[in-house]
Design a protein around this ligand. Sequence first.
Ligand SMILES: C[S@@+](CC[C@H](N)C(=O)[O-])C[C@H]1O[C@@H](n2cnc3c(N)ncnc32)[C@H](O)[C@@H]1O
Length: 223
Amino acid sequence: MTSEVVEDEMEFYSKAEKYWKDVPPTVDGMLGGYGHISSIDINSSKKFLLKFLRDGPNRTGTACALDCGAGIGRITKRLLLPLFKAVDMVDVTEDFLTKARTYLGEEGRRVRNYFCCGLQDFSPEPNSYDVIWIQWVIGHLTDDHLSDFLKRCKVGLRPNGIVVIKDNMAQEGVIMDDVDSSVCRDLDVVRMIVRRAGLNLLAEERQENFPDEIYHVYTFAMR
Ligand SMILES: C[S@@+](CC[C@H](N)C(=O)[O-])C[C@H]1O[C@@H](n2cnc3c(N)ncnc32)[C@H](O)[C@@H]1O
């Protein structure tokens, strides 16, 4: 539980904001120096997502996606814009969203909104998104804020929509990172928070072919 490792909630958020303000607005910056794994990440995400977008009676739509903790738009550019008619981005770091406007190039014209906001304070517009993608950012929210945010995401989904979380998972418990002011939770804790938010898990997959020295990364689909 984050309540056991986060002593001062205000400081937990302000330290993270300060950390990200000093990070260069590049793919390498988004991935903490692991820019070279971006393609492996995106290719696996595409495979995972396409299972839900394929033809079928309960197929997930492709009108609009929301990229949460979007940074400069690494995922928006290579995963979401190629698959959705429109994309919205939300991130707490203004400079990253400013960079996104050039980084995304011509296709970036299909980004409808750039919301500069912490996810703990953000409410997706009800019934608006086919996919809400939340990658490498849940560690910046306390358990209660994450669970409340996921509840609001559920309201933001269109029929047959899905919320996707892709993130680092600890082997056991909740581990604090004092450098970027984030936590890393184990699989059971994440599953518990998802359940508490009233979402049902539809799929869960471990990312393959990532470097051995980093945390295991899992992708979850839910609605
Ligand atoms: C590790 S980067 C990941 C960026 C992007 N999801 C990707 O995979 O390329 C974390 C991002 O989360 C953003 N962030 C940190 N705390 C946040 C918060 N409370 N609400 C929204 N965004 C946050 C940072 O500004 C940064 O862009």
